[in-house]
Design a binder for this molecule. Sequence first.
Ligand code: ZN
Length: 210
Amino acid sequence: MYPELLSIGLNTCIHCGSFGFRPSLLCFHCEELLFKTAFNRFSFSREVKMVTSLSLFQWQKDRNRILNRLSLALKGQRQQRAWEYYAERFLAEWLKSEFPGVSAVLVPCPAINGIKDHAYWFADSLSKLTGIPMRMALRRLDAKEQKRLKRSERQTSIETKFALSEAPIEKFSHVYFVDDIITTGTTVQAAQFHLKKLGHVKAISLIIRE
Ligand SMILES: [Zn+2]
């Protein structure tokens, strides 16, 4: 058996399997290693498809195995405590780079079926730490709705991935779209297409792929 499979649910480090599990889901040693190898010290803020994106870790393909495991372990509905930990670490860096906008809002990437998943817990933790409100301003369009929209109005997949959950009433100085990972940036682009009606859009993610 693989040690990482045996260790599931046993409060052991998700990377090396040793006991001495911390809120980060890692042992002290692996947590140190993660920050040493993947911490996004020099490009915490960067442009992704013309959207300013803030990310705590950078993921160079096949180069960071701790980050590979962590990104998988943090998916889903059950890691609220771990997201609280990473939100604290994120906030420490965020405050060094900018002061979150006065009338800002946090919008998590909507989950399929509207469940409370990783993006929700990350946004929720940031909201509790900063006092910035969280809104479920986006919803995911299902395959049928997407098809219908594309046929009838010749819209692109960027436009039809999400929709605003309700007509915008309030305006915000900044709208922070929150997700766990930014890979190609198309999700960020799709979110920005709709969220720009609410205010200036920026993206927040734990991990950004190189
Ligand atoms: Zn470890």
